[in-house]
Ligand binder design. Structure first.
Ligand SMILES: *[C@@H]1O[C@H](CO)[C@@H](O)[C@H](O)[C@H]1NC(C)=O
Ligand SMILES: *[C@@H]1O[C@H](CO)[C@@H](O)[C@H](O)[C@H]1NC(C)=O
Length: 414
């Protein structure tokens, strides 16, 4: 057989193979929800309150190279607490010293092996005692007594949780908000395998953990990467970030519309991450920018379920050898590959870094932008002592910028 024949044969095989991959029903991977079309509103124009500025340029980088991936920041007794890769929750005492507080995950050598080390991505102070409530992406929701450091699991990782349509485990425990009564609202970002989740239909959930009954109620399902939460000042509704859909949703907790939800803000020019609420409104960091020049891949693919199922199958197949290798010879290679992949994505992300401020009526009232990378991949905004401290799962420091004057005024309430 000549070269041409071999080539033809190979191409024919490829066409049949790809065709089968594209068309055959019932092939793996099995996703939580069937592939169906959905739509994501594209990013708004960068005008009006979204007009570009350079407020985030020249951010100071604190605790540089002492901390890796400080995703979520809270303050207790004038000190910042954060969770980092390696699984630890730490207290930042001053710019030199970092003090471990607790760790939920397993001991580990390679700190970016999050599934083994654990990764505390949600932190909140308890309203029912001197506890820290920790959401560890892979180990569930825990209560840690700040005095005795005793750890108690509230929602174990392996627990089967209710869903609208399918009951299932949580895949990625994410944000937390604790109500005055002590109930914990929390998000599970998605239910499919991490890589496949990029192509599958949205499967994130919002839960309410009842502190007295110790039960989880599912409030919303089929969310696009359910992430940050913000309880309204009177706790009559809760705002939730749907990261990959570039929008915020509002879920009514009290009143005539209790149990209903609606879009709160959509078409954000990037991916909203953790939300930080105060009396006047919410800080919304956009961890990856999106606009006309940088379209959101999820929004592009959302209307094409066949294409998404094809890509999911392709990825699943490509990963098979890696899986097998990992099975025969367990090592942290998958974690290392995943980390380098993440690194690459973030290094190639659009240059613009943005934080927006939204009032309690869903209006974008202000935006801060930066282009020099000094504050990039922002996942959390903490207002502290006249400054904004910016956390990120990708950075090895916490960025610090001045609080804009007009916000400083309105936050004080004059
Ligand atoms: C921003 O631009 C869009 C599209 O050109 C326009 O529809 C909208 O009214 C503008 N908004 C503001 C606040 O200028
Ligand atoms: C987000 O920030 C709030 C307020 O600082 C905190 O209570 C919450 O747990 C955080 N969650 C995540 C995932 O960062």
């Amino acid at each position: 057989m000549g070269l041409l024949g071999a080539l033809l044969k190979t191409s024919l095989f490829l066409v049949i193979f790809l065709g089968a991959l594209f068309l055959l029903p019932g092939l793996p991977p099995n996703t939580t929800f069937p592939f169906k079309e959905y739509f994501i509103k594209p990013a708004r124009e960068l005008n009006g309150t979204l007009e570009l500025n350079s407020h985030l340029n020249g951010a100071r980088q604190l605790w540089k190279d002492k901390i890796f991936g400080p995703e979520c920041l809270i303050v207790l007794d004038d000190k910042i607490y954060t969770g980092i890769h390696s699984g630890e929750v730490i207290r930042l005492n001053n710019e030199e010293s970092v003090q471990p507080i607790t760790k939920i995950g397993q001991p580990c050598d390679y700190i970016f092996d999050d599934e083994l080390c654990g990764y505390p991505v949600g932190l909140a102070l308890d309203t029912q005692g001197n506890n820290l409530i920790v959401s560890d992406a892979y180990y569930g929701i825990w209560q840690v007594d700040l005095e005795t450091r005793k750890k108690t699991v509230l929602v174990p990782a392996e627990q089967i949780l209710p869903g609208k349509g399918a009951n299932r485990r949580a895949k990625l425990f994410n944000s937390l908000a604790v109500s005055r009564r002590g109930d914990i609202f929390w998000t599970d970002s998605f239910s499919d395998d991490f890589v496949l989740a990029a192509f599958a239909n949205p499967s994130g959930r919002l839960f309410k953990y009842d502190r007295i009954k110790k039960t989880n109620e599912v409030l919303m399902d089929e969310l696009s990467f359910a992430n940050g939460l913000a309880l309204s000042p009177s706790e009559d509704f809760i705002i939730l970030a749907e990261t990959t859909a570039m929008r915020l949703r509002k879920y009514y907790l009290k009143g005539l519309r209790a149990g209903q939800s609606e879009v709160f803000v959509e078409g954000l020019p990037g991916w909203p991450d953790n939300l930080t609420a105060d009396e006047e409104g919410i800080w919304v960091p956009l961890s990856v920018a999106s606009d006309r020049e940088n379209p959101n891949l999820f929004a592009v693919l959302a209307p094409y379920p066949k294409l998404r199922s094809f890509l999911a199958r392709l990825v699943a197949l490509m990963r098979l050898p890696l899986r097998m290798l990992n099975h025969i010879y367990p090592n942290d290679m998958a974690a290392r590959l995943f980390h380098s992949f993440n690194d690459m994505v973030i290094r190639n992300a659009p240059k613009r870094n943005t934080v927006v401020r939204v009032d309690w009526n869903g209006n974008v009232v202000k935006s801060l932008h930066g282009f020099d990378g000094s504050a990039s991949g922002i996942s959390h905004v903490l207002e502290f002592k006249g400054h904004l401290y910016l956390g990120s799962p990708f950075n090895h420091y916490i960025a610090k910028v001045k609080l804009p004057d007009d916000v400083a005024k309105s936050v004080k309430g004059d």
